[in-house]
Write a protein that binds this ligand. Structure first.
Ligand SMILES: C[S@@+](CC[C@H](N)C(=O)[O-])C[C@H]1O[C@@H](n2cnc3c(N)ncnc32)[C@H](O)[C@@H]1O
Length: 329
């Protein structure tokens, strides 16, 4: 049970663990086991990805390597001395030096396969991925609650920036919101459209509104929406680019902006560093944590104020969620 010792020493379960849209873990996935050969073990690609890097890596390490908690402490200290920048540079270089292209390539290939499974219903995933699925579902539920608590969303325009496989876009569209979902990965955007087709057929109330999905990066988004959401995407933006992106997203929103990001705290920085110890070449992209004060400052500079705040923490998934409104409202 090496991974359990690992997780309990470095993460804190919060018990907030009741997703509505996803099935619970299968018997097989509840048991801890080595990550299957060929599983994408250390790709960094979302808020939760930082932690899956670590956890999948730990599951792939012989149990004896983590026999004692003391050993883990020593490893943690050693990791702080090691510099992961070399490996990061190598990853970007292998994508022609363009970090955004590296992210796009990842989410159109091995990253798509990985996250399509995590955001799906298959039981053929590791216990870590199952934990990430549940954590993400909790975040999505919180966002849906915020958006729907003021009444019907029928006709409300929503931009889901970095929509992935449509975990947020689809339930909103099924309730009648006018959803535009975009993602840098065409594989992700196509899968979101496919899932909507499939799920809307099963709806007794029939189709309310057909969402539009498109392959487009965050920088290229234009238009004006009542609500803009950007969930678990900012991990791909370095801190020096985060503020500009937050301002850009705010410029597209009229009434509400909902953002989530992996918060930069000492404990999570340590976890991230440990995750970086288990490289997997081209399967990995960089992952960035953000200071909550910095995100809030960017919102303030854009003329927005935080109106709601939430944190979702599971063993391997950490996501700070902020809702903002124009400061003048
Ligand atoms: C961890 S997934 C989250 C997906 C979705 N927001 C959700 O919560 O289900 C991160 C997504 O961000 C997308 N992404 C990463 N960088 C992006 C960029 N610069 N522009 C648009 N999408 C991006 C990825 O392709 C991926 O689908």
């Amino acid at each position: 049970m090496h991974s359990r010792a690992f997780s309990s020493s470095l993460t804190r379960p919060d018990g907030d663990f009741a997703p509505r849209h996803h099935p619970g873990p299968s018997r097989q996935c509840r048991g801890l086991r080595r990550a299957p050969r060929g599983a994408s073990v250390v790709a960094s690609a979302g808020v939760s990805e930082v932690f899956s890097q670590i956890a999948d890596g730990v599951l792939a390490v012989p149990p004896t390597a983590f026999g004692a908690l003391g050993a883990l402490g020593l490893i943690g200290a050693a990791l702080f001395v090691a510099d992961p920048e070399k490996r990061r540079s190598a990853q970007t270089t292998s994508a022609g030096g363009d970090e955004k292209e590296a992210v796009k390539g990842y989410f159109n290939s091995v990253g798509f396969e990985r996250w399509n499974k995590i955001y799906g219903t298959t039981d053929e995933i590791s216990s870590v991925q199952m934990d990430i699925r549940k954590g993400h579902a909790v975040t999505v539920d919180k966002v849906l609650r915020w958006i729907t608590e003021d009444g019907s969303v029928k006709g409300v325009s929503v931009c889901d920036a970095g929509c992935g496989t449509g975990s947020l876009s689809i339930p909103l569209a099924l309730q009648g919101a006018e959803v535009y979902g975009s993602d840098i990965s065409s594989a992700m955007a196509d899968e979101a459209a496919r899932r909507y087709e499939e799920q809307s057929k099963a709806e007794i109330s029939g189709r309310q509104a057909t969402p539009r999905f498109e392959a487009k990066d965050l920088e290229s988004l234009t238009g004006s929406y009542h609500t803009v959401c950007c969930i678990d995407v900012l991990i791909h933006y370095p801190p020096e680019k985060m503020a500009a992106m937050v301002k850009h997203l705010a410029s597209l929103a009229g009434d509400r902006l909902i953002l989530s990001f992996a918060p930069s705290t000492p404990a999570l920085l340590l976890l991230k560093r440990i995750g970086e110890f288990f490289p997997k070449g081209s399967k990995a992209t960089r992952a960035y944590l953000h200071k909550e004060e910095a995100v809030e400052a960017a919102l303030r500079e854009a003329g927005w104020k935080v109106t709601k705040r939430e944190m979702t923490s599971t063993r391997f998934y950490y996501s700070r969620l902020l809702q903002a409104a124009p400061a003048t409202s």
